[in-house]
Design a protein around this ligand. Structure first.
Ligand code: BG6
Ligand code: MG
Length: 212
């Protein structure tokens, strides 16, 4: 029985993909290495430093650990600058109305995001009010596909994993949800992930999934 729903943030509730892309693009242009939307899709759900490793792997460029830290930090400065443009008008009405219906139906709601900017994004978009708990990149040691972020969310909600449903746009996130023993629902980029137990086109389709 599903008691709780854990939502990934970026790419599920809010479209920050393009901001991530533009911020990484500034870094890769400086380094004179290639970067495109296809590689950007591989960064979904992956932590900041691991994202940089994926980008560097695709370029063959080798960089010291201290330089990597600096580059990841710089990327984040660009990203946070882009986030200043974000506000509640960037949230689809399908998202807010679905969250309202789920609350009315007494589901517990949490965020399970790899991002260390999750709380900032939730505040800027006024989404924070909908959630009973936020598990994000600040309270985990291992990022997705490791299940830690979702297991922490479930424990904050005091629910066992088998009573939780995860909504994800990242393959790494679907894997994390499956690994956590939760029901997994793919949306957006992960809508055609074979490993997801359900697939939806828009967030409100989750209301149908919950009838199963
Ligand atoms: C995830 C995004 O939500 O957060 C990834 O899908 C991103 O693309 C990761 O790398 C880490 O985010 P941040 O904000 O801590 O750099
Ligand atoms: Mg995501």
């Amino acid at each position: 029985k599903v008691n709780a729903i854990i939502f990934d943030l970026d790419g599920v509730l809010v479209s920050t993909d393009h901001f991530h892309y533009k911020a990484w693009k500034k870094i890769t242009d400086q380094l004179l290495i290639p970067f495109d939307e296809e590689v950007n899709n591989l960064l979904r759900g992956v932590s900041r430093l691991e994202s940089l490793d994926i980008i560097l792997d695709h370029s063959g460029l080798e960089v010291s650990d201290s330089e990597k830290k600096m580059l990841a930090e710089e990327k984040n400065q660009y990203y946070v600058e882009f986030l200043q443009e974000l506000n509640e008008t960037n949230i689809d009405s399908d998202v807010t109305s679905t969250l309202e219906i789920l609350i009315e139906k007494n589901y517990k709601l949490a965020i399970g995001s790899s991002s260390r900017n999750a709380k900032f994004i939730l505040e800027r978009t006024k989404l924070k009010q909908y959630f009973d708990a936020v598990s994000d990149g600040n309270n985990i040691l291992n990022s997705k596909p490791h299940p830690e972020v979702f297991l922490k969310a479930a424990s904050y909600l005091m629910e066992s994993p088998e009573n939780c449903l995860v909504v994800e746009d990242a393959y790494s996130g679907i894997e994390a949800g499956n690994e956590a023993g939760m029901i997994t629902v793919g949306i957006g980029y992960a809508a055609d992930a074979d490993s997801a137990q359900f697939s939806i086109k828009k967030l409100s389709d989750i209301l149908e999934v919950l009838k199963n």
